[in-house]
Design a binder for this molecule. Sequence first.
Ligand code: 26W
Length: 883
Amino acid sequence: MADKANGSTATTPTASHTTNPFEALAKPRRPRAHKRSATGFIPDGPKRLNEIFPGEEKAWKDALKSNEQQLTNDVKDVNAQISRHVEFTLSRQPFNVDELAMYQASALSVRDKLVHNWNKTQTAHTEKKVKRVYYFSLEFLLGRAYDNALLNLDIKQSYDESLKQLGFSLEDVLDVERDMGLGNGGLGRLAACYLDSTSTCGIPAWGYTLRYSNGIFKQVLSSKGDQVEIPDPWLESGNPFEVPRLDAAVEIKLYGQASRGENGKAGTWTGGTDILAVPYDIPIPGFRATATNTVRAWRSRGKVSFDLAAFNAGAYDAAVREAEEAETITRVLYPSENHEAGKTLRLKQQYFWTAASLHDICRRFRKLREPWSAFPDYVAVQLNDTHPTLAIPELLRILVDEEGQEWDEAWSIVRRTFFYTCHTLMPEALETWSVDLVGWLLPRHLQIIYDINFHFLADVERKFPGDRARLARMSLIEEGSPKRVRMSHLAVIGSHKVNGVAELHSELVQSQLFPDFVEYLGRDHFTNVTNGITARRWLYQCNPALSTLITKALGSEHWVTHLDELKKLQKFAKNEAFKKEWAAAKQVNRNRLCDYIESTTELKVNRKALIDIQVKRIHEYKRQSLNILGVIYRYLQLKKMSPEERKRVVPRLSVFGGKAAPGYYMAKLTIRLITAVSKVLNADEEIREFLNVAFLADYSVSLAEILIPASDISEHISTAGTEASGTSNMKFLLNGGLLLGTVDGANVELGQAAGEENCFFFGVLEPDVRELRLRHQAGQAQYPPQLLEVVDALRSGQFSAGEGDLFEPLLSTIFNGDFYLLSDDFLSYLEAQKMVDAAFVDTSSWVEKCINTTACMGRFSSDRAVQQYAEEIWNVEPVDISQ
Ligand code: 26W
């Protein structure tokens, strides 16, 4: 008995020796990749990364080699790759594959190739310990990824053939993909163009954003022609281009209690609620390059699924509610642009995103085992407008409270790490947050903001003693009730450099927005980087007809990555055969657009008409109203003409597109006006062949890809001094459309580059705007009879089925202050339109203008822009990723 009890038999466990099979299984055979805490992941737990055990090395190498061999692009191999995803990933059989399934399987096979390059890129960056730029943007308007990846990897032909063999059309399959509509407009699309260019130029970069489960809403038109918003649950059928990284999830705190440390030493932040941030990575391939950067998009999750304790304690309902609330943070993209609404959820989004991103960056930095003073040698963070400004106090908090740095040293690290781009001049777009809200949500950050302000104002006082008005103007806190935090001031002083996005805009940023800060920080703190666009998407991909012609003329595709080479097209501008081919390419694109219009609206369009396009967010300052009032004027003149006279008129198709923020009444009324005019014109048999208007619903990146190649002219007609840059202006001109614009934003530089003889400029100049507004306020404005004729027609109810006052609110803005100076610009706008018509009649010289315009667009490449940022602002070097 005693022997048995002492464990002398095989079935009895002892302390030193166990045969319990479960215990044996539980014993880790190697270090575990992740540990879990009671509440969730501990992301910094032990890992075996960078550690392959000697005995495993050969097996891994052989396996990876075989994977690589399976990525080849012969059609037969592509068939096999796609069918593997059909069979194993989707678990389907060949007879059971519809277009969606084919899209998913084939896109996943493309993703495999992207991931392969991506791993090489990340390994190279890590091994070389390079400095990276982190582009913080609340919006990344990526559009579709599939076609772009096929072209960048140079595998489109193989896929085209493969899909044919498997019974599908690539074109139809590409059309299944939904746009990644994670942005509103210019700022978001710019971020997408910049990431494309960093990969193509080999600049190590990460984009950080939020993974909204509803992107920008889908716009449909009611039978009356009003905008109706429909949710865009774009992830419904999954997204084959993203890679979830559950292992890199982090916890983000909100609310709670905070205390300051003594003398700038560590403070604390306790209690509150923790939310999980889960990253989803989207690879961004370079053009014919191995380099593949990342957009990391955070999704908010509740911790309830990990919180068994709460479940066991019977608090499941409450825990689920908390999780629901947490998930709300990334449920929807705010659909307003250039207008700040001050919603609590938006502040939560901003903190959640910047904190998760900084956590990620700091984790990467810690692995380098460098002192914190070296942080700015490895990390540059670009703040895309003020939306991520909370990153400034958050990094300070990490450095002071968690890493034990002294305040002054921490502040110096912060100021060498961040860079701020301002994208607007609209006063209503400048973000401020109520002090109470910040204090409630982020108590420790509010203390830190106050401490920054204390040091900052003391320094201003030293430089400008006794100037109380200046202190009040510059303070991070706007006095009043409630008090508010001025995010732009925080961004300016917490950054190493501040830039505007076009030359004129950058001047106005200094003279109108931040003159006190220019005086205090010096002119060198401020600079300009004119925006750019990627020629991969905005010519090569969206306009195959013109790209093919350009490549044929220039002898290679080198221009796609060296856009200055387009200059060489100038020597073809007078070559009649080339001009013919150019015009033919344009006609292909016009036909494609006309097909689209006829299949999505009730319009029948004249394919010979001059196509005039204005597509962008609907906003008073962008003045779609000026355009549509001009269309009405043209209509009224056509009505007065005899049939003979009409035949001498250049037929015109005016195309509009763009979304209005759901709460923006005047913008929505403008849409109603455009659709109303469209209906009247289309019903007018006498006129419709000479003038037609199309409002295309749901303007998006994909629709832009159809529209932009087709324009003869495009309109960029904001009141001088209101459009920061504009980027669609660059896209239209790159595709050989001509500019009809005001002297505003990047139009100025586009005009200088293309030559004013190739553009149609009109309107008042920025320095005169103030004076003109004052004149309106004093009731001294002049209204041209042409404008009054249009207003009378509108008031008669001619465009609103007899409802004469339908558009009165819009008209009354013109007669009450006319803030956007429609009445001042109306005549010169009509004049410019007349010049457009006159020029269009001479086809040969028109095409010459188009060729010369495209030839001069090299400077507007986003490759130039990111290289300028890398050299002049980020101090980041390109890295060669060998094959
Ligand atoms: C807080 C609400 C809000 C949301 C978005 C305020 C401001 C914004 C953006 C800064 C607005 C925006 O998209 N600005 C556009 O940025 C483009 C890229 O630089 C410029 O080309 C456009 O001129 C500018 O309107």
